[in-house]
Ligand binder design. Structure first.
Ligand code: ADP
Ligand code: MG
Length: 252
């Protein structure tokens, strides 16, 4: 089952380019994410990380190039329940809907239920998911009354309840205290060890190199994609961030 010999792409991008109007946000990116990977996606602010993730999940259509998800062209993919997505700042926005944590996590089961009522088994999975992420005690609290770290766990619990195979997280720890962050990253490690593929956008490079086993470093173009060790040894980081340094040059 070694990742080196298994060819089982969860996400596959070939020569993907995407622009907002005239502005190219992602240029000619090709990369493959294998099942079971923990990919850290890094790059400076405005480097196209969120856009690239949206492309991977079919939330934007590329101008050119092709994208597949779980082996299907992304534009035909309809297995949304296989993906858990925590969007950028979703924990800050918090949702204005006055639903409880249990209700929010239960929504993760609807995709599977395919019927109007949840079964006892569905309810058990919801309870287990709350336990897994350590928020069983918050089940009856309203989501919009939780702290950033607690909210983020609720979103992860919803993804766990949906039995997502791919978890995509866009800067999930912005506004979360250091202690909760550590606990959160341990939780991600555990989920990854249980076989869930993870894509993590994170501005703290140290966190990414500690946790991820693969790194993609972008600044519109892909500067590096490979295992974490080769990333640390490369100058991809300086190159990708240096490019922005040239664009922003008003300190003198
Ligand atoms: P990152 O997530 O790395 O900060 P983004 O993918 O959000 O980067 O943005 C990449 C570039 O595209 C930035 O220059 C940003 O200003 C621009 N951009 C992002 N979203 C939009 C949008 N909806 N319309 C126009 N430009 C956008
Ligand atoms: Mg972003």
């Amino acid at each position: 089952m070694g990742r080196e010999i298994t060819v089982n792409p969860v996400v596959d991008l070939e020569n993907v380019t995407f622009s907002y109007g005239e502005m190219v946000a992602v240029r000619d990116v090709s990369l493959t994410i294998e099942k079971g990977e923990f990919l850290g996606l890094v790059g400076p602010n405005g480097s196209g990380k969120t856009t690239l993730l949206h492309l991977m999940l079919g939330l934007h259509s590329p101008d050119s190039g092709s994208i597949s998800l779980f082996g299907e062209p992304v534009e035909e993919f309809d297995g949304g329940e296989r993906i858990g997505y925590v969007s950028q700042q979703s924990t800050n926005r918090g949702g204005t809907m006055p639903v409880t944590v249990r209700e929010a996590v239960t929504m993760g089961r609807f995709a599977h239920a395919g019927r109007s009522r949840l079964t006892k088994a569905d309810r058990e999975i919801v309870d287990e998911s709350l336990e897994t992420v350590g928020i069983a005690d918050l089940a009856d609290r309203r989501i919009n009354q939780l702290s950033g770290g607690q909210k983020q766990r609720a979103y992860i619990a919803r993804a766990v309840a949906s039995e997502a195979e791919l978890l995509a997280l866009d800067e999930p720890t912005v506004g979360v205290d250091a202690e909760s962050r550590d606990a959160f990253y341990r939780l991600l490690d555990g989920l990854n060890e249980s076989g869930i593929t993870i894509i993590l956008i994170e501005h703290d490079i140290g966190v990414v190199t500690d946790r991820a086993n693969r790194i993609a470093c972008i600044n519109t173009e892909l500067f590096h994609h490979g295992d974490t060790e080769s990333f640390v040894e490369s100058d991809a980081l300086e190159q990708a961030y240096g490019k922005t340094g040239q664009v922003v040059h008003h300190h003198h």
